[in-house]
Design a binder for this molecule. Sequence first.
Ligand SMILES: Nc1ncnc2c1ncn2[C@@H]1O[C@H](COP(=O)(O)OP(=O)(O)O)[C@@H](O)[C@H]1O
Ligand SMILES: [Mg+2]
Length: 249
Amino acid sequence: MDSQTNKAALQIRGVRKSFGEGAARMEVLRGVDLEAETGEILLLVGPSGCGKTTLLTIVAGLLDAEEGSVTLWNQRIDRMKREEKTAFRRENIGFVFQQFNLVPTLTVLENASVPLLIRGLPRKQAFERTAAMLDRVGLKGRYEDRPSKLSGGQQQRIAIARALVGEPRLLICDEPTASLDGETGAKVMEIIRLNALKEDRCVIVVTHDSRVFKFGDRIANVRDGVIESVVPAPQTSSVRSLSLVAQGQ
Ligand SMILES: Nc1ncnc2c1ncn2[C@@H]1O[C@H](COP(=O)(O)OP(=O)(O)O)[C@@H](O)[C@H]1O
Ligand SMILES: [Mg+2]
């Protein structure tokens, strides 16, 4: 296969989206072009309300754009039927939602196991794998609690464990460190980097948190509904060495 084609993970072309009707109509995305490569963490940065969550939701096929295309590993997600999108998402995409979207009636362990259970993994295996992931994000011993018993930062870590446990090819994180202190945020970003950069994966992270910048490869700046610029992230040598660990070098 063409190595050039293999490298492209995500291609967004001319994506437009508006909300509301008539005088209340608001154009949020006005022609977004953006690429992400296999093996990279792309950070999406921009002021609140500029359309970052809208863009992520379109990339995951949870919301339809009005115009434009979204291609994930040579597959046009915008052209898929609803059931195809659901199946594609189940197999390929992990999403850390800004508002976590945890199920209040399920335990921590059940919440984080959802991606494995809906893929049909036996409960015992799903729970073992999920427990190991919960331990990694610092939630050992909280398996049987309901999410409401945990702090905001702990709930955010359940959402992160749930997104990572299925080892998704594309990991999408919407402000994943927003409720975390600096030290926990750095730990979580290291876990995201180690997990996400294995094999042929790709990660997109929306963030306001400048402490996260060093964990990325490139930063895309969103402004007025378009990608204003894409620049290299200011990586430190300790973060670069994490990539080598992830690649088994
Ligand atoms: N479902 C919706 N209906 C109406 N307006 C929406 C909807 N989703 C988002 N918006 C509006 O679109 C703009 C961009 O929102 P969002 O993508 O959440 O921005 P960001 O994540 O960058 O803060 C905001 O003004 C928001 O109020
Ligand atoms: Mg948002």
